[in-house]
Design a protein around this ligand. Structure first.
Ligand code: MN
Length: 230
């Protein structure tokens, strides 16, 4: 009986720790403003803390998110990210955001954030958005959830799942997204699969996508635009 209880206790502990490690680690101090100084000795989540005595309000300020991104690109979209790489005060805080601009019929193509859930709100325009669930039981298909969003609507894209946002309106669209990591990361599916450097062996992709070799050659010869700034 005691052994059974012990095993149960370990199982619960293991579950709790896996939950705790599902996002950025929790805070050990008020802040840890990132600094680009290799002489400092303490790394937290890949960044070094600035001496707290030298920290000031500017370390917590980013300006310019009122400006739209450049939409003159093949996707007609632009993601302007504010994360620990351009707002040092976000270091260790487990949060960041992005402004996403869309030209008419602009697309933020299928992508994932390996380290963050995304919560998106539409300020202007009409967005057709969706995400696909991870692999289902054998014989089942990956389930797709979609919604058409209007100004004021909020939609959540769970961590790690493939998602997209498509402007189906005749005018520009603007959305803001909060992300549950200081450094969410982006994997744009087409870019990663067909535009890697060096390219993935075409035999791998031919087999994976069950198409003729020339289809893969065509896709790998394309320029895969990256709509993420920072
Ligand atoms: Mn996203």
């Amino acid at each position: 009986m005691a052994l059974r209880f012990l095993i149960l206790a370990f199982a619960i502990l293991a579950m709790a720790s896996s939950v705790a490690h599902a996002s950025d680690p929790s805070q050990l101090q008020d802040f840890c403003v990132a600094i680009n100084d290799s002489k400092a000795a303490v790394f937290v989540n890949g960044k070094i803390c600035k001496n707290p005595m030298e920290v000031n309000a500017d370390d917590f300020l980013f300006q310019g998110l009122n400006k739209p991104g450049n939409l003159s690109n093949p996707l007609g979209s632009a993601v302007t990210a504010v994360n620990v790489n351009n707002l040092e005060g976000l270091n260790t805080l487990g949060i960041s955001l992005a402004r996403i601009d869309f030209a008419p019929y602009g697309l933020n193509p299928p992508h994932t954030h390996p380290r963050a859930t995304e919560v998106l709100t539409v300020l202007e325009g009409t967005l057709y958005v969706g995400f696909v669930l991870s692999n289902p039981a054998p014989g089942m298909k990956n389930k797709l959830f979609t919604k058409t969003l209007y100004p004021g609507d909020v939609f959540v894209f769970p961590e790690g799942l493939i998602h997209f946002q498509f402007n189906i309106g005749h005018s520009n669209a603007i959305a803001f997204a909060g992300l549950s990591s200081q450094n969410p990361g982006v994997i744009t599916i087409a870019n990663a699969v067909f535009g890697s450097d060096p390219p993935i062996n075409p035999d791998v992709l031919t087999k994976a996508f069950q198409v003729e070799n020339k289809v893969i050659e065509y896709l790998q010869s394309q320029f895969w635009y990256n709509n993420n700034n920072n």
